[in-house]
Design a protein around this ligand. Sequence first.
Ligand code: NAD
Length: 457
Amino acid sequence: MKNFERILQQQQLFFNENKTKPISFRKSQLIQLKKVLKENINDLNKAIYEDFRKSEFETYATELSMIFHEIDMALKNLDSWSKKIRVKTDLANFPAVSYLYPEPLGTVLVIGAWNYPYQLSILPAVMALAAGNNVVIKPSELAANTSKVMAKIINSSFDPAVLFVAEGGIEETTFLLNQKFDLIFYTGSSNVGKIVMKAASQNLTPVVLELGGKSPCFVMEDAQIEMAAQRITWSKFLNGGQTCVAPDYILVKKEVREKLVEAIKKQITQQLGHDPSASEAYVNIINERHFDRLISLVDSNKIIFGGENDRNKKYLAPTLLFPSSFSDKVMEDEIFGPLLPIIEFDNLEEVIQMVKSKPRPLALYVFTNSKKYSKKILLEISFGGGAINDTIMHLTNAHLPFGGVGNSGMGNYHGKFGFDTFTHYKSILHKTTLFEPPIKYPPYKSWKLKLIKLLMG
Ligand code: NAD
């Protein structure tokens, strides 16, 4: 911990000496980050495979490519993003100019989760560096090999006063949370989110919380069922169901339920084979604790597909549960695994009220060809973000902010939104020195009051 304390002091000093602020410096750090990640790509692939059998394809498609894309976006736009922004000036301040002056927040702590260990630790750091901050990354100890490889690669390639990976579990995280950072960016469960927010409040440190929740997926009677099944199957069983924005459960209109279930079964076999344990596209459960938790959620009477499991390999097959209902155990908390409860409904109004009675989800999906349905659901239910006729892909569009609402989190990032999250915009009024109108100064006169009323309304 002494080491962490020393590095934090170095970062604070480095920041106070304004060394992170030049745009050329920020760009050089981003270029360096991309370079060392590319150079060590084999080690990154090996570590993540050892952690939970994640393939090279998925590691690139769902983690590294997003990091590289975001670095490129920052490099391309940094000059314009970091310019002051001119805004209008009101009559009361005439003549003057007004602008927003972007400045980095300072020293930032990024606490990552294990399920996308590279993306969730490094992506926030990219925009933090782009905005001129320095960063301590604390990856999740649950993905031990990826945590180790990130520490090895980054700590040997960067000045720790700029970017440092601090490894460790709850004890180390607790220690870091008690230090004075200028922002804490946390990704993980809502329970730990509360611990983070409480600790941050002691130092009045702002927080961004990227949390989880039960993300519903509506399938209406007018949906293109085959396509819906293809997209739902891919996103639900990607990463072994351990994706924060995965559709947690399906709400399907009664008349298309059978067709949808059959189409999902067909898709599982098509995408992952008859034995998903042999597929390179199928990831294991991260550890025994999560494996046991998932098994305890399964009502064996409701398994209509899958259910096979092997604790030694931490393997749990894609499993469909029907008929599910809101009172099932599997519907209590976020599943975060390859179990897909299917709830059939007749009355959209009722089912919307059920969803609204639960904590606000991170994501929501609607499969329909009708604007009437999508408009109604978007208007009525609050959630972080989502898609119509697709699942999870909204988070790959860096022009959309990614984040939750209510229990699923606060704050957001990706692209320019990430830059803004790690930036403070100073409000500046730049006044002329040529003359000074007398209106606001005593002695107060009735003509002055009349003029103020005229100008200000
Ligand atoms: P995790 O166990 O990896 O924990 C996340 C971080 O919290 C780790 O760095 C860990 O060291 C730290 N931590 C754990 N317990 C702590 C404690 N008692 N005190 C201080 N620090 C502690 O991840 P997780 O919580 O299992 O992640 C799963 C959850 O994260 C799910 O709910 C998922 O939906 C959510 N998630 C959200 C996003 C998002 O972007 N919104 C992304 C991934 C995961």
